[in-house]
Design a protein around this ligand. Sequence first.
Ligand code: BTN
Length: 236
Amino acid sequence: KKILFFKEIPSTQDEIKKRASSEKSGLVVLADRQTQGRGRLARAWFSPRGAGLYFSILLKGPLAQPITLYSLATAVGVARGLEQLLDIPVKLKWPNDILIKQKKIGGILLEKVPEGLVIGVGLNVTFKKENLPPDIREKASSIFLETGIIFSRPQILRAVLVELEKIYEKLLEEGFNAVEDAWQKRDVTKGSKVVLKRGEEILKGQAIGPTPKGELLIETNKGVITVSSGEILMWE
Ligand code: BTN
């Protein structure tokens, strides 16, 4: 497996994109610090030196499964990797937030490129409360803050990559079956009241769970709808 390490780059996503045509599938790009780390929905991903794990993976070739399934699969793989090191459950919020004790400690960003898919993973490893930007302090946390343990980032990376490799392979063969049980077991979205922002539209309802394509089914007063992207603003 090839892993390229950078002390500082704008974003591991962009670095992979630049290399997508010349490198092989499976390439991992890792950075100690990102100066322009990106999150979903055009947000920034705070990526200071040493406090988090920031990496992207290149998956080349035509997508064998709907992109949303890669989202769920990645979340499951990351959760499994983390659970091998931590002895507390890791939860998932659709489509791909990684939570420990209801707090977001990591996120996943999928971007399509002509060569295939670029999958970015950001995990808050050693952040202390005061290191987190004020606007996310409420909802966000780190593995250290929730467990009291400072894990080494290479150790986490190794555990997560092993699980990701396994689940992507399984996803090719089995589709939704490869992720369904593992997702359901960790899902905090299912059954909760959600407020969903879709473009300008605000939808309220109750999350039913993922479809076989990885989209989210929500029961609203306008009937059951299927959501393939967007963000759940609240849940209880
Ligand atoms: C989210 O919004 O929850 C997704 C965050 C994804 C962040 C990771 S860090 C490594 C990779 N490079 C980026 O610029 N973003 C992703």
